[in-house]
Design a protein around this ligand. Structure first.
Ligand SMILES: NC(=O)c1ccc[n+]([C@@H]2O[C@H](COP(=O)([O-])OP(=O)(O)OC[C@H]3O[C@@H](n4cnc5c(N)ncnc54)[C@H](O)[C@@H]3O)[C@@H](O)[C@H]2O)c1
Length: 367
């Protein structure tokens, strides 16, 4: 058995606490330091989770050598991800970063380039890819054949306080990234374009748009329709949302919590087979450690994840302009913005060396 991977966690807020519990339960990793701008908060969080002997600090730089850290978990707010994750990468540490990778595709591309400069793994924790019932849903889809239509209804009414209530597009940027990313996995193809209308219900407690309707077309012709709201009290869906898939051979439905149900066009039921895989952030942590130990590429390695952020940005732009937006165009514009804003140095050199940003992030078929 290899020694446990020595982790530094950055971010001791609400989700940071969930990560502290998850790290504690995984024998393949050990927490060696906890970082937060709010150092007393980090101390309290560490003490409350059985890490009284673990040092805390305000920056990764203060703890890297002192703790012999081998990797970083970035659980800071989305705004800070580009700074925190790139700093860790350039110190030679692989990073598992919470979703969304960044608030803009421009920043994501700079993070991809930084990962290339460092030669270290940057993986995004898209925790909603790791549910046993979701994996069972995927197995049903494989039996039903190519997806024609995919829909997701997401209706919740959370009172978070904090950064989400000040964001311009909290639902699309902080939440729908999960469903958009999962749609790519379920359809097994890449998105081409989107039409989206986001808005704020009259009774909303968010400053920005807390509701949205979006329709994506995918390479190969499938459509993905998302309708959601964070101001939808009563009859709420699960946090994954309620999903329906239609293919030529039948239909499958997953409520986001329990085992999915499916039937062939003949009416014959298609049973769900549940596995025993680790779920949610425990799943992404397991995949991160496995990728580092085996030098394999995880499913949400940074290059591939940029397409999910581009779906969000395309949806926001479509809502602003009232017109459909192509994912490839969002990537082209973001690459140009990155070339204009990243300061001279190795990261800019890598961005300049890319002949096609679409190819770099794996959007090969829809150039
Ligand atoms: N996977 C999921 O289902 C899920 C659920 C909730 C949150 N999240 C994600 O987790 C991340 C954190 O969310 P949260 O709810 O814990 O936010 P939070 O505001 O509760 O905590 C964030 C913490 O990061 C710290 N921080 C900010 N900038 C920093 C910096 N530059 N260096 C060090 N520390 C810094 C803040 O002081 C704060 O303590 C977000 O990206 C969010 O989208 C994911």
């Amino acid at each position: 058995m290899p020694e446990p991977l020595r982790l530094l966690q950055v971010g001791a807020g609400g989700m940071g606490r969930a990560w502290l519990r998850t790290i504690k339960q995984n024998p393949d990793v050990v927490l060696t330091g906890l970082v937060d701008l709010d150092v007393p908060l980090a101390r309290t969080a560490a003490d409350e989770h059985g890490y009284a002997d673990v040092p805390v600090a305000a920056s990764v730089g203060e703890l890297t050598e002192r703790t012999g850290a081998e990797a970083v978990i970035d659980v800071t707010v989305p705004l800070a991800h580009p700074v925190v994750s790139v700093d860790a990468l350039l110190r030679g540490l692989p990073v598992l970063c919470e979703k969304p990778l960044a608030e803009s595709v421009r920043e994501c591309l700079a993070m991809v380039a930084a990962a290339e400069v460092s030669g270290k793994l940057l993986m995004v924790s898209q925790s909603r890819r790791y549910f046993r019932t979701e994996a069972a849903f995927e197995r049903q889809l494989a039996e039903l054949g190519p997806v024609g239509s995919l829909s997701c209804e997401f209706f919740k009414a959370p009172r978070f306080g904090g950064f989400r209530e000040q964001m311009a597009e909290p639902l699309l940027v902080d939440m729908a990234i999960h469903q958009f990313d999962l749609a790519r996995k379920l359809i097994g193809a890449e998105p081409v374009s989107v039409y989206c209308d986001s808005y704020n219900p009259a009774w909303s407690w968010f400053d920005g748009h807390a509701a949205a309707d979006a329709v994506f077309s995918f390479d190969g012709g499938a459509r993905f329709a998302f309708t959601g709201s964070w101001c939808a009290p009563g009859m709420e869906t699960s946090w994954n949302g309620r999903w329906r898939v239609i293919s030529a051979n039948g239909t499958a439905i997953w409520d986001g919590d329990s085992a999915p149900v499916a039937e062939f066009a003949s009416g014959e039921a298609l049973p769900a087979t549940l596995g025993a895989e680790p779920e949610e952030i425990a799943g992404s942590l397991t995949e991160f450690v496995h990728a580092l130990r085996t030098s394999t590429t995880p499913q949400t390695e940074v290059h591939a994840n940029v397409v999910s952020v581009a779906m969000v940005e395309a949806a926001v732009r479509s809502s602003e302009t009232g017109a459909p937006v192509r994912i490839a165009d969002v990537l082209t514009a973001a690459h140009a913005e990155a070339l204009d804003t990243v300061p001279p140095g190795p990261v800019l050199d890598v961005l300049r060396s890319w002949p096609s940003v679409q190819k770099v992030v794996g959007l090969y078929k829809v150039s």
